[in-house]
Design a protein around this ligand. Sequence first.
Ligand code: TRP
Ligand code: SF4
Length: 324
Amino acid sequence: MSRILSGIQPSGELHIGNYLGAVKNWVELQKKYECIYFIADYHAITGSYEPADLRRRTRQMAVSLLASGLDPAKSTLFVQSMVPEHTELTWIFSSVTPLGELERQTQYKDKSQRQESVSAGLLMYPVLQAADVLLYRADLIPVGEDQVQHLELAREVARRWNAKFHSDFFPEPKPLLTATRRIMGLDGQAKMSKSLGNTIGLLESPEEVWAKLRPAMTDPARVRRTDPGTPEICNIYHLHKAFNDEATVEHVAVQCRTAGWGCLDCKKVLLEGMMRELTPIRERACELEARPGLVTDALAAGAAHAGEIARSTMATVRDTMGLR
Ligand code: TRP
Ligand code: SF4
């Protein structure tokens, strides 16, 4: 059976962009594969941050993931720093990673340009990611388009390590691109992201979601209620596609083009569809908040299982490299 692995940054509560773009797919994959998922807290320390805030965001992410349907009975879920072998393998891989490749990574170039002081950790970020993947010798890595370059680097690290030590121990991991197109923020201008403040949280109440949907950008051609619109250019329409069935989506398109509905009518139907999917998730999250031991236990069990695989990989790696 193929082994799936992916990680997510500890950004706190999930928003519907992360959920539709990644986590919903992770939940599906549990049915068919052996899955290993983790919260990438070692990746979250390369810039400035508050320790208490990081711990809170990590915890909230764990709650969001479990509430979304990641099932500790089916998959392995843990926090990256609970398995310190990730960092040991990072150091080892740093010796087979060409510096030039790291300096060419798009994410590094973007982020380093925006900071006045750049840590070596920011440059090493993709090496840590290669270690995450190869530590478990995973085959398939569900990621978004923006992580493909990092994964290409992980493949190169695997090839170089294998070649240097005359081994075929590390398989080359393949990206598994998620079918969902990227979810735009409520402004309809940029990708949904916490830093832009254009998100809908996965655990928000219907009232909170409505307060955000109501003023959200639609087709600017619909100035008056009687002006027809073009659904394809409207972000609300794309959200309908994510939360409603095909027949409803088709109905929305017709009502928009013929000005049968106003945008508020359209948004009310969207709210209903969203809440059908999100209410059970919010309820599960409430249960988990009330019983924090469940979260702690799930993460501990996940880390114990991940740790076994990680220690076995590191034993082979050290042995092959003449360490100890
Ligand atoms: N860098 C990834 C992101 O920001 C998160 C991540 C860390 C990851 N390690 C990983 C994803 C390993 C896949 C595999 O989205
Ligand atoms: Fe967008 Fe719906 Fe308004 Fe059409 S009717 S512009 S799809 S909100």
